[in-house]
Write a protein that binds this ligand. Structure first.
Ligand SMILES: Nc1ncnc2c1ncn2[C@@H]1O[C@H](COP(=O)(O)OP(=O)(O)OP(=O)(O)O)[C@@H](O)[C@H]1O
Length: 366
């Protein structure tokens, strides 16, 4: 068995950039082909070994949160292979917290979702509340929390449910110093317990302090992965170079990167991977089919074909009709012979005094 805890291979993520809700609806029924696309990830591959702490760095919008959300199962990849061996718990700023529930209710919900029993949750409720240290707010709806309070609660829940893999996405950037130190202590404890951690941050100081190796995601692609010092130094070199550009050159650079992500051709990428694989394994047969399986095999497609959509709509209508017929009190066979029967509530509501309920229902019910 391969020696990894997390593996992502050739992972892509495409977003549709809808302007209006009607664009979204049209696209669902495949009536509109012209929805602008944006590829947040254009083929990212790496592995994380058990007990490793991987840092993920990159400029804003590069795809760091996208890849961490894919690994934690919050969103699906568009194509590619993802294998996560263990339970994950993600701490992003407020990720997964239900705004209308109180802090305490969120603790219960998230813990239940991680497979804990109500008894286990009762036992550790005080520890989670004490660690989060948000006072009486724990009984207020999360929508009334500050960003820092959400992060505290999210962090506290995530570390107490004792996951194998902890994914921390920018959660430490908003807390105060005392909370930050508490979190660092917890992360260090996790490391000594040989747990696997993914740590997404802009803070190179924190990354250098905590991570064994670092992945630099740059505008949707993996620019480098390797020892922490080497990759953070390279990244710093890049950010210093970028800062030294004039304002128009900065804009042009970002514009060019955006265009690449808008025009990314997934089929060309698939062909490239097939060619590479064939070159690396010349004796391998059916490489194209294997690459296709790798790209689409483990993905629950976000986009159904038109025929599947029509089938889904047809089934929904059938269920609705069935519910109406059932509510109307007529039998299904009677409804088929008299389709308008369910649309005349007077027939249903006005039962003549001398009729029983069974007189009113269709022949099939007699
Ligand atoms: N739901 C969405 N719809 C459309 N585009 C999205 C969506 N979510 C993310 N994106 C885009 O995907 C790209 C990657 O986003 P992501 O949040 O992963 O970047 P990031 O590296 O975590 O950024 P930051 O450092 O600012 O948190 C961004 O350009 C973002 O605008």
């Amino acid at each position: 068995m391969a020696n990894y805890k997390i593996k992502v291979q050739d992972v892509t993520k495409e977003y549709d950039l809808f302007k209006t809700q009607s664009d979204k609806l049209k696209s669902f029924f495949a009536l509109s082909e012209n929805v602008p696309k944006f590829w947040a990830l254009m083929g990212v591959s790496f592995e994380v070994k058990s007990g490793e702490t991987l840092g993920i760095i990159g400029v804003n919008g590069s795809g760091k949160s996208t890849i961490s959300s894919i690994i934690s199962g919050i969103i699906p990849q568009t194509t590619g292979y993802v294998d996560v061996r263990g339970d994950t718990s993600i701490v992003a700023i407020g990720a997964g917290l239900k705004k209308n529930l109180t802090g305490r209710e969120n603790i219960r919900l998230k813990s239940l979702m991680q497979g804990l029993t109500n008894k286990q949750i009762d036992d550790m409720m005080d520890d989670i509340v004490n660690f989060a240290d948000i006072g009486d707010f724990v009984d207020q709806p999360v929508k009334s929390y500050s960003t820092g309070m959400r992060s505290r609660l999210g962090f506290s829940i995530a570390v107490h449910v004792n996951p194998d893999i902890l994914i921390i996405d920018e959660a430490l950037s908003v807390g105060d110093d005392t909370f930050y130190q508490k979190c660092l202590d917890y992360i260090q404890k996790f490391k000594t317990e040989n747990k696997t951690i993914i740590f997404v941050s802009h803070n190179l100081h924190q990354i250098r302090l905590l991570c064994d190796k670092v992945a630099w995601i740059n505008y949707g692609v993996l620019r480098d992965i390797g020892p922490t010092k080497q990759v953070t130094d390279e990244y710093q070199h890049f950010t210093n170079w970028f800062k030294s550009l004039s304002r128009p050159n900065k804009k042009k650079f970002q514009h060019d990167k955006r265009k690449i992500r808008e025009n990314f051709d997934i089929h060309a990428y698939q062909r490239k991977i097939a060619r590479q694989t064939q070159k690396e394994h010349p004796k391998e047969h059916r490489v194209r089919a294997k690459v296709r399986k790798l790209f689409y095999g483990s993905v629950i497609s976000e986009k159904m074909s038109l025929s599947n959509k029509l089938l889904a709509v047809f089934l929904m209508i059938l269920i609705l009709v069935f519910c109406f017929v059932n509510l109307s009190g007529y039998s299904f066979s009677y409804f088929l012979n008299n389709p308008t029967s369910v649309s005349h509530p007077s027939k249903i509501l006005k039962v003549p005094n001398n009729q029983t309920h069974s007189d009113r229902v269709g022949p099939g019910r007699k």
